[in-house]
Design a protein around this ligand. Structure first.
Ligand code: ATP
Length: 233
């Protein structure tokens, strides 16, 4: 039984189609990476799974239950947590307050402020700092920590490394490798193909809203992925 099964998803904004007839499955403990150019539909697909964007067609199941009609809040309570593009922290709250807000609607479990700080050590000296006074990398760490506080079984990560320095990206990925050991399923949107190939179990490439390539990362070559990414056949 897959953790997530999204079937025949189409979604858009007004009259424009962002994704068409996409099928996606995520197994327990798996890291699935979504790749594709800007505008390919990756964020839209993540948001449909999280319940933050309503599709025009298709269904989303979580462990065999149809959750298509549930709100993002209800899905978060069930165990699906989105780290959105742009982090979206509460700027007037401190780091610790942002983390605690994340626990609010979620489930009980192993993640709490202490274990989050242990896994994302850059947060340790910052707990009382206002979120508006953090660097981009620190904000991203808070955003990941906040998502973990709801004890998700599925973590949806949108553009974790966007605009961050390589040393910070390395540190965040180090933390994510620790997070993975807890056995949750992850869907990751990442622009850096080399990094994606290195961390993902499976890769799905979107081109103009369609899935054009999918496979285990060890079975796909870098050239196959870049050809699919740019739409070269
Ligand atoms: P990016 O890397 O730029 O975030 P993406 O692969 O995540 O790209 P989406 O953000 O899902 O792609 O965008 C898919 C399509 O939907 C694009 O054509 C985009 O312009 C459009 N789109 C996305 N968000 C909106 C919105 N809020 N209103 C209108 N159109 C949108």
């Amino acid at each position: 039984m897959p953790l997530i099964h999204a079937q025949s998803i189409s979604a858009g904004y007004g009259d424009s189609r962002a994704i068409s007839d996409v099928i996606l499955t995520l197994q327990n403990g798996e890291l699935l990476a979504l790749v594709g150019a800007n505008g390919a539909g990756k964020s839209t697909l993540l948001r449909v799974i999280a319940g933050a964007h309503r599709p025009t067609a298709g269904t989303v199941s979580f462990k065999d239950s149809d959750i298509s009609r549930l709100t993002d809040f209800q899905r978060n309570k069930l165990g699906i947590s989105l780290v959105p593009e742009g982090r979206r922290l509460f700027a007037s709250m401190t780091v610790i307050e942002n983390l605690i807000v994340g626990a609010g609607s979620g489930r009980a479990g192993a993640w709490n402020v202490e274990s989050v700080v242990e896994t994302l050590p850059m947060l340790k000296p910052l707990l009382k700092r206002n979120a508006s006074r953090l660097s981009g990398g620190q904000q991203q760490a808070v955003s990941i920590g906040r998502a973990l506080m709801s004890n998700p079984e599925v973590l949806l990560l949108d553009e974790v490394s966007l605009g961050l320095a390589p040393i910070i990206i390395d540190e965040l990925y180090e933390s994510l490798s620790v997070v993975r050991q807890s056995g949750l399923g992850i869907i990751l949107v990442e622009q850096d193909l080399a990094r994606t190939i290195a961390v993902a179990d499976r890769i799905m490439c979107l081109l103009e809203g369609h899935v054009v390539l999918e496979g285990k990362s060890g079975d796909l070559t870098h050239d196959q992925i870049t050809d699919a990414y740019f739409g070269h056949s």
